[in-house]
Design a protein around this ligand. Structure first.
Ligand code: NAD
Length: 542
């Protein structure tokens, strides 16, 4: 047990490296990229102390060159899921009693490993697996992950230090116990940082975890596994399992010791998980914590007072960086008629300058979308827009999957504010624009609020403070992260706690104290120093 009230290092955000043409970081990441590109790795599952290879494998390739194989990974069966749960429950016996400063030390070490010796590797793996440009890889796999790890340690100590009042003869204490059971982490393809944070945040608070990464992210998940091992996460604390997500999830959710799910991914899947938890509720020993951050249909709104260049630059970044595959990506835009000719002109010029191709070529701003399923879905919406009377393809609209899953940044202009691509999350480089009459500003605020089931991010551009106030109030429930004169993407841990409400999730704000509180179950301890030895109160004297 601790013999001191220890201070942890002050959490600071990891500086984003620039990767300018002759920089050492550019040389390092390209060397790592080429090495990883030219090898093939074999990724086992990790269950307890075992690396498990089933021989039932699937290949991994890069979205921008889908015929190029960079490795294989092993798929589990039902028995492996049960073994992973057993390993988590066994490890919990020691891990839940590990003094907090040692849990903190492990994850702080992981942060430093990523900041230093693993930085080039985790960025290169993310460039290959998820087809991110170096900048997108750096702000995700390196910086955001480091920030999650450092800030969560600081938040953990804030939680532990939050204690109730006591008086001289009664000492009240709260201890923040890990959940009784195990936590299930299900992670999406699009952020390496989220993949690591969902299991790590629960483990930091003393829980043991079964982690199921996305099939499209296993290549970069392998670097996370290596970092956790080198940082000293003990066997069984984070068990990694690959395979059929429905099979794995059904087994996990039927287990009596299931204590919580930490999920990020699409909305439909989360609702299915929630439903299954409800169906199994009589099985569990404890009410499970359900934390899920899900889809978005994120908006950009320009007021007639907005600066056109700012609107266009931030809409392009918000909509097309990482091919629009961020939950926070701008995918519907509302522009006033008075500014529309200038916005359209500027947007056309800027989009014409964008290069698309492999992330290995640093001059490319856009690379490939994650897989064929996503490519085909996006193409179907683009083709439909070409047919529909109330939509037209204004920019882009071309695509090619012969080498990689490339979709040109595409802008659809619609006259129907409820057109399907104004409402549905497409998760790709497709932005739909609706031009409103300047006089309809107030109605447009209502329209934005009522168009989609999601409420994740949104941005308003204006030089008029009254308009900013009006939009901020009218859109209070339309976005969990609201931006004024900035793009709706790029939340930074410790700066803009991230998460949305409505169909976008439980809004537990990843990388914040609120999130960590979901992974503990407080126990209040009251200790009385001079204990009464007679039941009679003074008022009974009559
Ligand atoms: P996805 O829903 O396809 O997959 C997410 C995870 O769920 C994967 O591990 C997948 O294998 C698993 N899964 C799929 N079907 C399942 C099922 N039936 N039962 C249990 N698990 C299942 O999502 P994705 O394509 O990996 O990620 C993109 C989605 O994630 C988008 O909707 C995006 O908005 C969302 N997202 C949200 C946030 C946020 O913070 N709100 C962040 C990142 C991504």
């Amino acid at each position: 047990m601790p013999k001191g009230f220890f201070n942890v290092p002050k959490a600071v955000n990891e500086p984003v490296k620039a990767y300018t043409p002759n920089s050492p970081e550019k040389a390092a990441v390209l060397a790592a990229y080429q090495k990883m590109w030219n090898e093939t790795i074999d990724v086992p599952m990790h269950i307890g102390s075992q690396e498990v290879r089933t021989g039932n494998t699937r290949t991994m390739s890069a979205p921008h060159d889908h015929k190029h194989i960079v490795g294989t990974y092993h798929l589990g069966e039902a028995t492996h899921v049960t073994q992973a749960i057993d390993a988590a429950l066994e490890a919990r016996k020691k891990w839940a009693n590990m003094p907090w400063e040692h849990r903190a030390a492990i994850f702080l070490k992981a942060a430093e490993l990523i900041a230093g010796p693993y930085r080039a590797r985790i960025n290169a793996a993310t460039m290959i697996a998820q087809s991110k440009t170096i900048f997108q890889a750096e702000i995700d796999a390196a910086c955001e992950l480091i920030d999650f790890l450092r800030y969560n340690v600081a938040f953990m100590t804030q939680i532990y230090s939050d204690q109730p009042a006591s008086v001289s003869d009664i000492w009240n204490r709260v201890e923040y116990r890990p959940l009784e059971g195990f936590v299930y982490a299900i992670t999406p393809f699009n952020f390496t940082a989220i993949a690591a944070n969902l299991p790590a945040s629960a483990a930091l608070m003393g829980n043991t975890v079964v982690w199921k990464p996305s099939d499209s992210q296993v290549f970069s998940a392998k670097v996370i596994i290596d970092v956790f091992q080198e940082a000293g996460v003990p066997d069984g604390v984070i068990n990694v399992i690959f395979g059929d997500p429905v099979m794995i999830t059904d087994i996990v959710l039927k287990h009596p010791d299931f204590a919580g799910v930490h999920y990020t991914g699409s909305t439909f899947v989360f609702k299915e998980i929630w439903k299954k938890i409800g169906e199994n509720i009589h099985t569990y020993k404890t009410y499970p914590r359900i934390v899920g951050e899900t889809g978005g249909k994120d908006f950009v709104l320009a007021h007639p007072s907005a600066d056109v260049k700012q609107v266009v630059a931030n809409t392009i970044r918000g909509a097309f960086e990482f091919q629009g595959q961020k939950c926070s990506a701008a995918s519907r835009a509302y522009f006033p008629k008075s500014l529309w000719p200038a916005i359209k002109d500027e947007m056309g010029k800027e989009l014409a300058s964008i290069k698309m191709g492999s992330p290995e070529d640093f001059s490319n701003f856009v690379t490939a979308v994650i897989h064929e399923g996503s490519f085909d879905k996006l193409v179907s919406y683009i083709e439909q827009a070409k047919q529909d009377a109330d939509a037209e393809i204004l920019f882009g609209g071309n695509y090619d999957k012969s080498v990689g899953y490339f979709i040109q940044p595409t802008v659809i202009l619609t006259t129907n504010p409820k057109y399907k691509t104004m409402e549905t999350e497409l998760f790709g480089p497709v932005l739909t624009v609706y031009v409103y009459e300047d006089a309809d500003w107030k109605d447009t605020l209502t329209l934005i609020d009522q168009t989609s089931e999601y409420a994740l991010t949104g941005a308003v551009f204006s030089q008029d403070r009254y308009a900013i106030v009006e939009a901020t109030q009218a859109l209070e429930n339309s976005a969990g992260n609201f931006y004024i004169n900035d793009k709706p993407t790029g939340a930074v841990v410790g700066m803009q706690p991230f998460g949305g409400a409505r169909a976008s999730g439980t809004n537990d704000k990843a990388g914040s104290m609120q999130n960590l509180l979901r992974w503990v179950s407080p126990r209040t301890i009251k200790e009385t120093f001079v204990t009464p030895a007679n039941y009679r109160y003074p008022f009974l004297g009559e």
